[in-house]
Design a protein. Structure first.
Lengths: 255, 255, 255, 255, 255, 255
């Protein structure tokens, strides 16, 4: 049954064939179940990815666009937290093959456009590899929007994980799961101070969350609040909804 | 935060270490996103698996048992529907490696007991293989309860897929997603009539749902109703809740 | 050359093409080389699988049915004995790919029907997965008959491995390889006494043979004798021979 | 039970531990089930490998050497015949992992020496790779003896497959499976005449049996007879038996 | 022998142990062999990566830093050109395992720091995945510098492949391999004009080079010249040489 | 641009299509980066493979033959040196898949003939497996010439690695990388003295270089000199150049 939420998995087989077309945009939320410090739940990225995707689909549909919400991927590539309990991570190869299989399954429906709404940084690079893999193997048009790390002032650009923005977003979406009383700043000074190596600098580096702090946090959640969270969330939804029509018709076009 | 639902993914890392112990029972619902005829949604098995697992954990916790609900697996091994659109299936190897990775991740927490609540028949055999794989590789104690195919009278024992019992359960859990007006019986007479080959007979056989009927249904949903569904669901919950204490302490015991 | 035993591997290539047809039933015995306690040889399951399959093919042929005996698989999935010397076990993935390759090879002959005669419990679940894998990938009709665990009285339903039935069968088939003087009962009382968890109970569990006893035995071989073995063997042969014509013509039939 | 044939699979687990030692030589026959022309059975290589290995073990044991016969591998790497029906071939990766698993299993017994008696040319190169793989991963001492292609006069050095030597050997071992009335010579003249490229020449080349002849034969079986076969077989057995003591004590020795 | 070029592969084993230390920086050039339009050779990325890395190592060594040049990887992940002849591409999994193996091999030397100098955009995402994989599995400190796509004026930000910057660089490094007479602009207007989807825009997308133009070019090489190439090259070398000391001592530092 | 060296990677895509034909011979040098004792560099095999291949292509082209030089493979299968630092080895499966991918890429060009010029013994067996794999999967005509181990007098047939011939060749090609002052003989006497087991004897065996000597040398480099090296090199070049026309036209020919 086509519900107001346009959940793909609410459809029957027959509806898959009648309701979808080549330009339907399948929206796949990708989050994570992984350590997010003492103040946030393991489900943080999954919660945000699902809320964001659901809202985007709902609002796009209200505007007459043909988007569908796929069931989210929660178990993904959280190997940066491999040394902390609670990281429910898939090896790169397992996650890769999972997405390949999902791509093949989508290619067996009428739809040909797939948008990843990714809210876990640890997935971004591999999903970029997969954008092309699915394009090449199944002739899907593939897209990704990743939650950009947005840093608060005290984070010196390093609101990478469980910091100001992410915590604010959770205070907006699921305040019952946040415990600000144990939130602590963990901004790795060497990374802030480095000239060449670092996030967004010339030289990228490989890291595990435990390289920085035992808590797995990289950022400063202490100044987070729900209002900021609501704003960040709303901005993100708005951006993606605005992009949706272009995604639905995008064609790189041959010279 | 430990909520009343005891969702594992609501915990913080620190809580994973403090709240779980060797005899905690991690409950992993395994469903499917796959064709369920014209009258049921793709999400049928996932819906049932999640509802059943959540209720089992909730009620067990209320009785003082230490069970935790893991995020469900929705994309699983639905290769029997590979020739129908909407089957979001993983290859056997992909599903196998996914569960191996989840097993490894559980073994990195204090918990050592894992219960699969499986509501998709297509997963059963591979999950049985995995019970031992996780036992051997990670020294987990592993358990599975599978939704038994329960057949209505008109099904001649063949309420395998999208039939009387499953449809009733969905009428109980998510009536908004069921369209009984298009429900049709599809009981494969040759399988009913065979003497040696068949479900529960001496000789098992390999099948695709499309071997039987274009709809992917194997059973007769026409007589389904919500009351039966509520009974079946309640019975199942009761059985698993009753088994929980034994699962939490089970030790095959050396001679 | 087509011998009285109808061994596939006795054929020449030309004969493969002339003697086989779509409805030929290829019979593949699957056993194991694995610990069977102090009184039985490693080859127990392989011995039984080969003897059973050979007799089934011979007798079916005598009745005019078109069955062929494939070379048996002896190295299979015995991971439940991984911690005992002498278990010549393949990982699940290795065994899976082996059977996939054999399926592909059969699909390159005129034959389209494959019957596994499986006498090793550790293979059952994975072979069930493979029934469908071969059906889907190579359009073979696939079947399996598994040796059911038959328990003697003193086994309380747990004649799982190297117990009364298996030992009796070996006393019938290869008495020279059995040493009853060292046969000892090893029936795991906790499993007998459990209410919910156990073989054939609501909750299945993952186990290694060494979870129960150092000997790897799960059952009570002490009362075994050749006469019982002959009866069990004869019964089994009879059942499969009776099923053969149905296997050769089975068609689940579209509604 | 330790029989006169010293079959490893006749042992019980306990006997594996008591009867084997570091210098036991495990003998693994590797054959093939594959096309051997119109006059020989698919099982040719397997038949020879098993007969040869069994005789070597028997005779070595009679001379007081500690050799054990493992169950033969029949399904192996026959990809050169992939385009002919009846080739029951494993992909290179499947065969590789199979032998790795067997190596791991042997390493779990007291034995540390493994001799492949290989009678299928298509396995030789991959088994050489595996000699080192098992040496490195499991610290086994590994050895191989391969049936050398012996050419009859009319074969111009090309008695590669199903030719004079192999046919003679089968006439000695299993005359009931040979049909000399359909034996035909198939010696590929271009290979005979080439100067640089060819078997045993400077440049080796990749080939499929069907590159040469539809029958899959490469050689001239027409002059084969049982007497020659007996001689070839006896010579081979003698050579390996003579080598056995050196294999059992071989130590490359550090400088 | 330690040459002025500090090529790792010029060392003997003994020198590997004596000359390298934990803070040696191993520099691994990663290029590609793939279509670069009608005017550039397949080797373009490999040529640039090797030249850049060699110069960086040479100059760093001259300044007293401990960098070593590894043999370049030329066959890499060029799947975006999979539909053009001359793309010598590895599947993602093959390239992944290759780099894993190289990481393991480096971990067997005294060195613990690895810098990828990547000049092929198609490798960037997968190498980012590998940065972490090698960090986690082998405890290496891993770094990457990627050639940023620098666009000429006429390219509207799309100097992605075989455009102004890359062509200029080749005119500087290997003018003998460039044929400017056939250089043609291929700037995909739809991508330039899109608001949301595109390189460096909110929504990234999966593409094959043949989605844009038959030539595989994405950019405008027509204004390229050697002087610009020399400047771009020199700038890049300077940046990396300046970063080298930080790479050699970088430690994210625990809070 | 087609240079005098006929390097494939110097071509543009368009040239790949115009310059190559079905009978072009693609020449792929396969070397290694691995321990070669205290007197030779890690790059020895790669150096020789590249020099040899380049000279063969150059001279063949001068004689009017259509050969092309592919970029060499340096990271290959050096697992025999896995226990020495500096061995940059790929697992068998990684090397296998690499060559499969290269084969697929060649099959996407007009060329159909591939010649491996292999100068690392550790690759030989796996490349032989690959000859057939590429023949079967991509219908390429595949060829290999391997550097034969040539032994000096003092080596008793064991000039396997870093010995007289290889050292001489390097003294000819790259004297700057050889340090004869530390060259030491390491001829494993047990292997020389064995009757049945050994290189080129009836029984082949699995070995690691560290089974023989800590240096990884198997041979006696002390008598090596550049003149011998020049002769050996020249002889080898001559042999392959002479074979080239036959390789370019070789057709095993159906009977």
């Amino acid at each position: 049954m086509i519900g107001p939420d346009r959940r793909f998995s609410d459809l029957s087989t027959a509806e898959v064939e009648s309701a979808l077309s080549r330009d339907s945009v399948m929206v796949l939320p990708t989050g994570a179940i992984e350590p997010h410090g003492p103040h946030l739940p393991l489900s943080t990225d999954l919660t945000v990815a699902e809320a964001l995707s659901a809202e985007v689909v709902r609002r796009s549909a209200a505007e007459g666009h043909d988007a569908w919400l796929l069931p989210a991927l929660g178990y993904t590539k959280s190997d940066e937290h491999a040394r902390l309990p609670g990281a429910m991570w898939l090896r790169a190869s397992t996650f890769f093959e999972t997405v390949v299989d999902i791509g093949a399954a989508i290619a067996a429906t009428p739809a040909r456009r797939l948008l990843f709404v990714n809210c876990h940084g640890g997935n971004s690079a591999l999903l970029e590899v997969l954008l092309r893999e699915l394009r090449r193997r199944f002739d899907l048009q593939t897209f990704i929007v990743s939650a950009p790390p947005i840093a608060g002032e005290s984070e010196h650009g390093l609101g990478i994980h469980a910091g100001w923005a992410e915590t604010s977003m959770m205070l907006h979406l699921r305040p019952d799961l946040v415990d600000m009383s144990v939130a602590e700043s963990a901004v790795p000074k060497p990374v802030v101070d480095s000239t060449h190596v670092g996030f967004g600098k010339l030289i990228k580096f490989g890291w595990l969350s435990t390289d920085f702090a035992e808590s797995g946090v990289v950022g400063d959640p202490t100044g987070a609040n729900a209002e900021i969270g609501a704003q960040l969330f709303e901005t993100r939804v708005g951006e993606i909804v605005a992009a949706l029509p272009e995604i639905a018709s995008f064609n790189p076009g041959r010279i």
